[in-house]
Every structure is written in C-alpha cells, then in structure tokens.
Design a protein. Structure first.
Length: 139
C-alpha cells in the first residue's frame, strides 16, 4: 500500500461532502497538472490518501481510500487526463495545519511544503505515521 495527499478547496469539495458521498465514493477529477496526473495513475485500490483543505484552512482534515484505479477523466474532453474514485474513511479528530507541518523537520521534504501548488502527491510511510500521530485520529 502507498500513501498520498489529495488537495481540495473546501468551498469546491469539502471533507463533509466527501462523507455524504457514502460508500460509493466520488470521482477525483479535474486534475490538469501532468505531475499530479502521474501520481493519480500510480494509485492502487486500497491506497490511503490524506484529504487536505487548500486555500481555506490549509490543513489535513481526513482520510479517503482509493476504490477505483485511474481511468479517463470524464471531465477531460481531450481524454488525456485521468481520475480515480475515492471513498471516505475517517475524519481527523484534530486537523493538521500546514503551519504545524512546517515545524517538523522530517516533513519539510514533503511536496506539500516544497511544491505547494501540486494537488496530488505521494506521502512516504514515515511521514504518514508522523502526520497521523499529529492528528490524534479518533479510531
């Protein structure tokens, strides 16, 4: 299993909307950056993703699970980009802010810090564990 981070502007698609989508999940579409699209292509069913509210909040607020691997993004008329399907797994008891992430030396190597505009990014397993501990997930 691999770990990822997906960014969404909460006024466009929030963790609460993701929760309401239920077990069928939703298509994570609209990604038009080639590096982010490559990351979507590398996702496998069962991979876990942090759900990050960008612009408003700038914090990790939950976890979603990949339930369908990459397929042609139905919103892409040229059929060059892909989407995946994700479903809600859990909401973090305590959101993890970008400000707090930047305070942890090991996390400064993350694309979230180094490539702030990238919307889909890998998270190494050590960073995943650190971020989970920071969030104090209510299991």
């Amino acid at each position: 299993m691999k770990y990822w981070l997906l960014k969404s502007e909460p006024d466009v698609w929030s963790i609460d909307q993701q929760i309401k989508a239920g077990a069928k999940g939703v298509i994570w579409d609209g990604v038009r950056n080639y590096q982010a699209a490559k990351n979507l292509r590398n996702m496998k069913t069962g991979d876990l993703c942090f759900f990050y509210h960008s612009n408003i909040g700038k914090e990790i607020v939950g976890i979603v699970k990949v339930i369908k691997e990459a397929f042609i993004d139905p919103t892409d008329k040229k059929k060059k980009f892909v989407a995946v399907r994700v479903k809600f797994k859990r909401k973090l008891k305590k959101p993890v802010s970008l400000e707090n992430i930047k305070k942890i030396e090991h996390l400064n190597q993350l694309p979230l810090v180094k490539q702030s505009r990238l919307s889909v990014m890998p998270i190494d397993s050590k960073s995943w564990k650190i971020l989970n501990n920071m969030s104090n997930i209510n299991k």
